[in-house]
Design a protein around this ligand. Sequence first.
Ligand code: PA5
Length: 353
Amino acid sequence: MVHPLDDFDLIKRFDTNEMLKVIESFPEMSLDALKTVETYNLKIDKKDFRNVVIAGMGGSAIGGVLLRDWLQPTCHTPIIISKQYKLPSYVNENTLLLAVSYSGNTEETLSALNEAKIKQSSIIVFTSGGKMASYAEHEGIPCVKLPGGFQPRAAIPYQFFSLAAIARKIGLVDGAWSEVDESVNLLSTLRSEMKLESPYASNLAKQIAFQIKGYIPFIYGSSIHEGVAYRWNTQINENSKIPAGSSSFPEAFHNAVMASEADSELLKNACAIFLIDPYEQKETAAKIQVFHEIMSRRFGRLIEIHARGNDRLSRIMSALYIGDFVSTYLGLLYGRNPSSIDSINELKRTQVK
Ligand code: PA5
């Protein structure tokens, strides 16, 4: 019998907006983003910013989170993610504000952008259009134009690699840039392993999705994968339409571990997913083993995902890419359209006068 995730007709019936095809294009989208930013002649000084604040919501915030996680050990300028209407009070004329909204119409991000303009911060916007593109044009703010037609969360290669290329132009990346090529090559290898045509028997993402079905997943990421664990969580919410939770190490040792003491009836449907990094700090790695052992006593299911690659960016990107495929296959297993976002849209229609 054909496995449901190898049944192309069934997949086509639910994946009406072709989320899988878009995810399969991740490597090409990444290269396109890098090439496009290369051609930009943005009027932005390479000055010593006191901080870089990346404003965005949901799928448009994650690129900034990944940039922060990637550059954390090497970049001397603080990179802060702001997911609010209001910016932190330290934002001023010494701040570089990177405002990211795929649609260009997200009210929180537009509000942050407006505030940064008033505070005379240096600004670059990243958008496919909408009010943000018009505002940038009107105010003479540099704009990185993202191609339209995707779900914001599926445009992550454009968002992340555009942010990364701009960060490089202003001198935040330095030696870490050499990791970009390897990470894109690795994405291509992973795509071959996890794409729709790759059968269930040898497709890691299909197998993991099948194991998660029927469970509420909780994702625990190695320290480098704090943002990726959260991305898994939100991709499972949006693409699979199910609840999920996430945390990262070592923070999870101080709270999430207590979930192992919950009622057995509850825990039998809980699935702990570990995003394991091969280069985890040794103190943390030792405690992850104990955490795993505690959770395995009570959680209904445990799954380990191993990040691939040697450098930091490859490990981040590989762990993220596996999650993008898994969440999409999981949504399809539940008979849902991975692209639909009816409840998000209902909330976006709520306007306070
Ligand atoms: O994944 C999604 O569709 C959402 O999380 C959006 O990214 C979020 O609502 C913000 O919208 P935008 O990315 O257009 O600014």
